[in-house]
Ligand binder design. Structure first.
Ligand code: DQA
Length: 144
């Protein structure tokens, strides 16, 4: 079982970026925690972060035939990108959307998620633990 962990714009700045909203954990330490979580469950993980929409589309396309699931935090592209929605629909790889903050209790524009329609579930507002919950959801689904 291989999971692709995709992060969109500004998530490379975790730890530094608005810590009152996103916490103090860095992107590297989050990746290390995800890798340990995967290893405990016998799963493989691949990480990719980009600030560029097309690169994220390419990564989703690359998951076809390669990954069994995608955990994606599209960052601000959540609220704007039909291209990411279409990419997830096109490849049909089971995908869970994650947001560190509770997007529905912030500015109204953050309540809009284009990609949500193509995702099995959305985990929002659980901090960085949301990534681990998304992984468990995909792993449980694959074993059912
Ligand atoms: C985010 C929420 C988005 O609205 C924001 O643009 C982000 C991070 C989150 O993880 O809470 O970049 O996806």
């Amino acid at each position: 079982m291989k999971l692709l962990i995709l992060n969109g714009p500004n998530l490379n700045l975790l730890g530094l970026r608005e810590p009152a909203i996103y916490g103090r954990e860095t992107y590297d330490s989050l990746c290390a925690r995800i890798a340990a979580h995967a290893a405990e469950r016998g799963a493989e993980v691949e990480f990719y972060q980009s600030n560029h929409e097309g690169d994220l589309v390419d990564a989703i396309q690359g998951a076809f035939g390669d990954a069994d699931g995608i955990v994606i935090n599209p960052g601000a592209y959540t609220h704007t990108s039909i291209a990411l929605l279409d990419a997830v629909k096109a490849v049909g790889v089971p995908t869970v959307e994650v947001h560190i903050s509770d997007v529905d209790s912030r500015e109204p524009f953050r309540s809009v998620s284009y990609i949500r329609a193509a995702c099995l579930a959305t985990i929002s507002g659980h901090g960085t633990n949301g990534y681990l919950e998304a992984m468990d959801l995909l792993l449980e689904r694959a074993q059912a």
